[in-house]
Design a protein around this ligand. Structure first.
Ligand SMILES: NC(=O)c1ccc[n+]([C@@H]2O[C@H](COP(=O)([O-])OP(=O)(O)OC[C@H]3O[C@@H](n4cnc5c(N)ncnc54)[C@H](O)[C@@H]3O)[C@@H](O)[C@H]2O)c1
Length: 297
């Protein structure tokens, strides 16, 4: 199989100066894609662009803030102006403001939702409109996280990553008629962002080279994946997993509807057995013994 699956297909990667985005850029460029390296960290983006060019690739630096509509639209236009079109949009930029619900401020919530949710929306809308106008089709890859299953102390981040997964499913439906596929990855990598991560025992966890997400990204952007859309994959490290869409589990039907007594009986017999893996760490449902008010028996 050709190593240059993306020959001549211009790509934009947001938040690409370091961490996982940096690995995406080197793999896209090695697969033949001219790449726009977008990041608010200009020095690091410029150094990466030099590295790509030194390896024979094409790179453009963009310092647009994707947390604004104007920035996202200018980013897509910069790609088209430099490389003639846009065929690949990789929404990778992100930030963190970890705080439990009881302590969280509006500013913290807004900051995370703006970069992740609105940034992904603005960039994809601008890129998809251009792809439709080009008539070329294209590939969008968003970045979600297992945090959207529920992650202690990550109200904003979990909400943002859940929204990104839901937008991925929706856009895959809406854009298929234009030949545009939309998928997402939940990556793994030891990066500036992941340094606050702790596992169930409070340990930082295993280290992963963030560039190990790159091969799956390239594959998803290529025509090899023409039958793949609306899907989310866990990538990075040694794993490659399919993140299963949320869907209705076991469903009972009562023709007359459910009164409180019928609901009580179901909850006291079968329903708790349906409460499966819980939260980002996939632990067994922890509340079978009840969640009680302070001091309650
Ligand atoms: N590291 C992990 O294990 C992990 C796990 C799950 C998901 N993710 C996701 O992967 C993506 C990359 O994260 P990372 O771990 O490489 O973190 P990182 O902090 O190294 O990279 C994020 C980049 O986004 C840039 N950025 C932030 N706001 C921006 C803006 N408004 N406009 C343009 N660029 C902006 C930052 O400057 C930074 O370079 C994020 O979406 C993150 O949520 C990471």
């Amino acid at each position: 199989m050709s190593a240059r699956l993306l020959e001549g297909r211009p790509a934009v990667v947001t938040g690409a100066a370091g961490g996982i985005g940096r690995g995406h850029v080197t793999h896209l460029a090695a697969a033949g894609a001219p790449v726009v390296i977008n990041d608010i960290n200009e020095a690091a983006a410029a150094a990466l662009a030099e590295q790509v060019r030194a390896s024979g690739g094409k790179a453009l630096v963009s310092t647009h803030d994707i947390g604004t509509r104007a920035g996202a639209e200018a980013l897509v236009q910069a790609c088209i102006a430099e490389f003639g079109s846009i065929r690949i949009m990789v929404n990778n930029a992100g930030n963190l403001r970890d705080r439990t619900l009881l302590k969280m401020t509006d500013e913290e919530l807004d900051s995370v939702l703006t970069v992740h949710v609105k940034g992904t929306f603005w960039c994809t809308q601008a890129a998809a409109r251009a792809m439709v106008e080009q008539g070329s089709g294209g590939a969008v890859v968003n970045t979600t996280s297992g945090a959207h299953f529920g992650s202690f102390g990550q109200t904003a981040y979990a909400a943002a990553k859940g929204a990104i997964a839901s937008m991925t499913y929706t856009w895959a439906m809406e854009l298929a008629r234009h030949g545009i596929r939309v998928n997402a990855i939940g990556p793994l990598g030891t990066t500036a962002m992941s340094k606050t991560y702790r596992d169930a025992d409070g340990n930082p966890g295993q280290e992963f080279d963030p560039a190990m997400n790159g091969p799956a990204l390239v594959y998803l952007c290529s025509d090899e994946a023409s039958n793949v859309s609306g899907q989310v994959f866990g990538t990075g490290g040694q794993r490659l997993s399919h993140m299963v869409q949320p869907h209705y589990g076991k469903t009972l039907v009562k023709q007359d509807g459910w009164d409180i007594e019928a609901i009580r009986q179901h909850f006291q017999t079968h329903m708790p057995g349906e409460f499966g893996a819980f939260g980002i760490l996939g632990q067994p449902y922890p509340f079978h013994g009840g969640v009680k008010a302070p001091g309650a028996q």
